[in-house]
Design a protein around this ligand. Structure first.
Ligand code: 6PG
Length: 469
């Protein structure tokens, strides 16, 4: 049997992806560094299916139809280079190597350049949706040559999630574009998750709902503009009880967040390009602060917050305000993420299409959400849109949600609850919509101590004031 595509690295994501490919009618070759993993798959989930269970890399390569296509699904970093070093000598010009992990886009650019010299097409492909998505239809963000994409499109577009008849997979651009878009997706994922956590924290401090009540709140929110995978799983999380203690699982999970690194990469590069990414930045910081559990416990005994009183206002109105704050902050986070993608696209000459990006995030991926339809429309209508906030639909939404947004942040402040992402989102909104900012004073300070000069509001030119006379 000749295989349409091969996959190296049979961990859960790899296994699920090949099962997805096979179920869509493709013959798939599989290989893993430890042969036992292949044997286990052959005897287990792969049994009786159209797979080539390769026991050596030579057998794997020999089974692939030309142009050969091999997807690597191993840990990002050195393991990817190690697999390429073994695979590339067995591949010929025109063949395609794909990295489907969360690799750093600059690594992908480096690898693409090196393999191009041998005529091998190298693809950095972002795959989102976790284990379930990989099996049933992920969102796929491929980056690589147009020629290579023609050979890959029939496979990837068939295994991707489908929304309104469109596969959640489009060619993002050359070299590192796919991995960059996936990284930005993950940054937005960080923002979305933190915003949900802040909504939870504010409501908990002011109203103290039970886990079942929280489940109900999120179930209701999921019927609104907030309709999304992350809100849906949040409502499910609140319903789940710990079998050992009978308590809601959410109450026994330790409040220390982990992170593998894509959020930090996103923020780091935004800073390097001079793009404000405060919502995602604050979400990364919040994870870091949460991980300082021991320090926080010690500090909580020394540093006291405000005296709080039971909430006397209208409960339903506060829940609605927090909902609005979540939605508005989410718009800010996506607005910033899209600006970042625009800058990266210019920097690397990728020609990213924001309508396409938003459209393939509508299904399959972790950030999938109903409002991505609106973002898709906004960029399809106006590909040169400077900031998502300026699209009429979103400008209206921000106008409508603004009172609730401010009320939610005020409540957080009143109760001494940290709401870094709600607050930074609101500050971004207030800064961006301000014709005047206090940077006049800042420029004066710079000129005072460093003679850095300033421009004037009343005439053109560059000026320096005599501050010391
Ligand atoms: C996805 C996820 C996926 C993964 C991240 C989580 O799109 O399917 O983003 O890539 O869950 O690795 O990253 P953290 O460990 O940094 O939260």
């Amino acid at each position: 049997m000749q295989a349409d595509i091969g996959l190296i690295g049979l961990a859960v994501m790899g296994e699920n992806l090949v099962l997805n490919m096979e179920s869509k009618g493709f013959n798939v070759a599989v290989f893993n560094r430890s042969v036992e993993v292949v044997e286990k798959f052959e005897a287990g989930r792969g049994k009786g299916k159209n797979f080539v269970f390769a026991k050596t890399l030579e057998e794997f390569v020999g089974s692939l139809k030309r142009p050969r296509k091999a997807q690597i699904m191993v840990k990002a970093g050195a393991p990817v280079d190690a697999v390429i070093a073994q695979l590339a000598p067995l591949f010929e010009a025109g063949d395609i190597i794909i990295d489907g992990g969360n690799s750093l886009w600059t690594d992908t650019q480096r690898r693409e350049k090196a393999l191009k010299e041998k005529g091998i097409h190298y693809f950095g492909v972002g795959v989102s949706g976790g284990e379930e998505g990989a099996l049933k239809g992920p969102s796929i963000m491929p980056g690589g040559s147009k020629e290579g994409w023609q050979a890959l499109a029939p496979i990837y577009q068939k295994i991707a999630a489908v929304v309104e008849g469109e596969p959640c997979c489009r060619h993002m651009g050359p070299d590192g574009a796919g991995h960059y878009v996936k990284m930005a997706h993950n940054g937005i994922e960080y923002g979305d998750m933190q915003l949900i956590c802040e909504a939870y924290a504010i409501l908990k401090a002011a109203l103290n709902p039970t886990a079942d009540e929280f489940a109900e709140i999120f179930t209701e929110w999921n019927k609104t503009d907030l309709d999304s995978f992350l809100i849906e799983i949040t409502s499910k999380i609140f319903k789940r009880k710990d079998p050992e203690t009978g308590k809601p699982i959410v109450d026994i999970v330790l409040d220390k967040a982990g992170q593998k690194g894509t959020g930090k990469w996103t923020v780091g590069h935004a800073v390097e390009m001079g793009v404000p990414l405060s919502v995602i930045g604050s979400a990364v910081d919040a994870r870091i602060l949460s991980s300082l559990k021991d320090e926080r416990v010690a500090a909580s005994k020394v540093l006291k917050g405000p005296e709080t009183k039971p909430y006397t206002g209208d409960r339903a109105a506060l829940i609605a305000a927090v909902r609005d704050a979540l939605y508005a902050s989410k718009i800010m986070s996506y607005a910033q993420g899209m600006v970042q993608l625009g800058h990266a696209s210019e920097l690397y000459n990728w020609g990213l299409n924001f309508g396409d990006i938003a459209s393939i995030w509508r299904g399959g991926c972790i950030i999938r959400a109903r409002f991505l339809n609106r973002i898709t429309e906004a960029y399809r209508k106006n590909p040169g849109l400077k900031n998502l906030m300026l699209d009429p639909f979103f400008a209206d939404a921000l106008q409508r949600t603004q009172p609730g947004w401010r009320k939610a942040v005020q409540t957080a402040i009143e109760y001494g609850v940290a709401s870094p992402s709600f607050s930074s989102a609101l500050s971004y909104f207030d800064s961006y919509r301000s014709a005047n900012l206090p940077a006049n004073l800042l420029q004066a300070q710079r000129d005072f101590f460093g003679a850095h000069t300033f421009e004037r509001v009343d005439k053109p030119g560059i000026f320096h004031a005599d501050w010391y006379s």
